[in-house]
Design a protein around this ligand. Structure first.
Ligand SMILES: O=C(O)CCC(=O)C(=O)O
Length: 264
C-alpha cells in the first residue's frame, strides 16, 4: 500500500512538473498537495461506488434466497434498454408484472389514502410516469421479521433521474390494516446517509451502531394508523414475535412543480 502511494505521488509530481514547469518549491508543494487531495477524494468516491454496487448485488442475491425479505416493488416500467435493479429486478423477474392486490378491495385503501393526502396537499396525487407511462403504485406488504436499518432515496438510487418528473423530496406512506399485539415498531432516526456509513453495511441495510447516537422516534403501529415520513432518514422495523403486521404502502415524491407523485 505504501509502495502504491509513493508511486502515485511520484506520478502526480511528474505530471505537475510537466504541466507547470518553473514553479517555486512552495508553489510546487501546494500544487502537489491539492492534486493528492483530489486523487484521494476520487479514490474514496470509487470505494463508495464499488461498495454500493456490491451492496445492490448482495441485496439482490439475498432477495432471491429469502422470499420473506421485506421488499418494495418499485418503478417497473423502465425505458427500453434500462433494466430494473435490486429488489425491483427480483420482483420483475419473479412475477413478470406486479399485481395490484388492492384492486379487489372496496373501497381501495390505496386510492382512499392518495385521495386524502392529495386533498390535504391541495393537489391530487398522481402516479409517477416513465416515458409518459404510469408506473406501479401501491403495495400490500407483510413484515413480521422486521427490517434492518436502511434508507430509501430514489434520487440516490437513480442519480440520473428515473421518472419524467424531477423529485425534490421523497416521503414513505404506510397504513396498517393488521397489527401484532406486541413488537413491530417502526423507528426513524435523525440521520441521513453519509460516506462513513458504508463501513457499517449489513446485508441490505446498516448495523445499528450507524444510528446509535442519533435522535429517533419509534411508533408501534395501531390498527388503522398511517405513518408518513422521509425515508431518506434511516429507519428500521422491529420484528413481531407473533401475529401479523400488514400495511398498504407507497412512496410519494414532491416534484419540482409542487405536485405529489406516487410509486412503489
Ligand atoms: O413498515 C414500516 O413501518 C416501514 C417500512 C419501510 O421500511 C419503508 O416504508 O420504507
Amino acid at each position: 500500500m505504501i509502495h502504491v502511494r509513493r508511486s502515485r505521488r511520484a506520478k502526480i509530481a511528474a505530471e505537475a512538473d510537466r504541466e507547470l514547469p518553473g514553479l517555486s518549491d512552495a508553489e510546487r508543494r501546494q500544487v502537489l498537495e491539492e492534486r493528492l487531495r483530489e486523487q484521494a477524494a476520487i479514490e474514496v468516491e470509487d470505494v463508495v461506488r464499488r461498495r454500493e454496487q456490491a451492496r445492490r448485488e448482495a441485496a439482490q442475491e439475498q432477495a432471491e434466497r429469502d422470499p420473506d425479505r421485506p421488499v418494495r416493488p418499485g418503478p417497473q416500467r423502465l425505458p427500453p434498454g434500462r433494466r430494473p435493479t435490486g429488489c425491483r429486478a427480483v420482483l420483475a423477474r419473479r412475477r413478470g408484472r406486479p399485481r395490484r392486490l388492492a384492486a379487489r378491495w372496496r373501497p381501495d385503501p390505496i386510492a382512499v389514502s392518495m385521495a386524502r393526502l392529495g386533498s390535504v396537499w391541495g393537489v391530487a396525487v398522481t402516479t409517477a410516469t416513465i416515458g409518459g407511462r404510469a408506473v406501479f403504485g401501491g403495495t400490500l406488504r407483510e413484515i413480521n421479521a422486521g427490517a434492518l436499518v436502511h434508507y430509501d432515496d430514489i434520487n440516490r438510487e437513480f442519480a440520473a433521474g428515473l421518472f419524467d418528473q424531477g423529485i425534490v423530496a421523497q416521503l414513505a406512506f404506510n397504513v396498517w390494516v393488521t397489527v401484532p399485539a406486541a413488537g413491530g415498531a417502526t423507528t426513524v432516526w435523525r440521520h441521513r446517509w453519509e460516506p462513513a456509513d458504508e463501513w457499517h453495511r449489513e446485508a441490505y441495510g446498516y448495523r445499528p451502531e450507524t444510528v446509535e447516537h442519533s435522535q429517533h422516534i419509534s411508533l408501534a403501529p395501531e390498527l388503522g394508523d398511517g405513518l408518513l415520513f422521509n425515508p431518506a432518514n434511516f429507519h428500521a422495523v422491529e420484528p413481531n414475535p407473533t401475529g401479523r403486521r400488514i400495511a398498504f404502502a407507497f412512496f410519494l415524491g414532491l416534484t419540482t412543480t409542487g405536485q405529489l407523485i406516487a410509486w412503489s
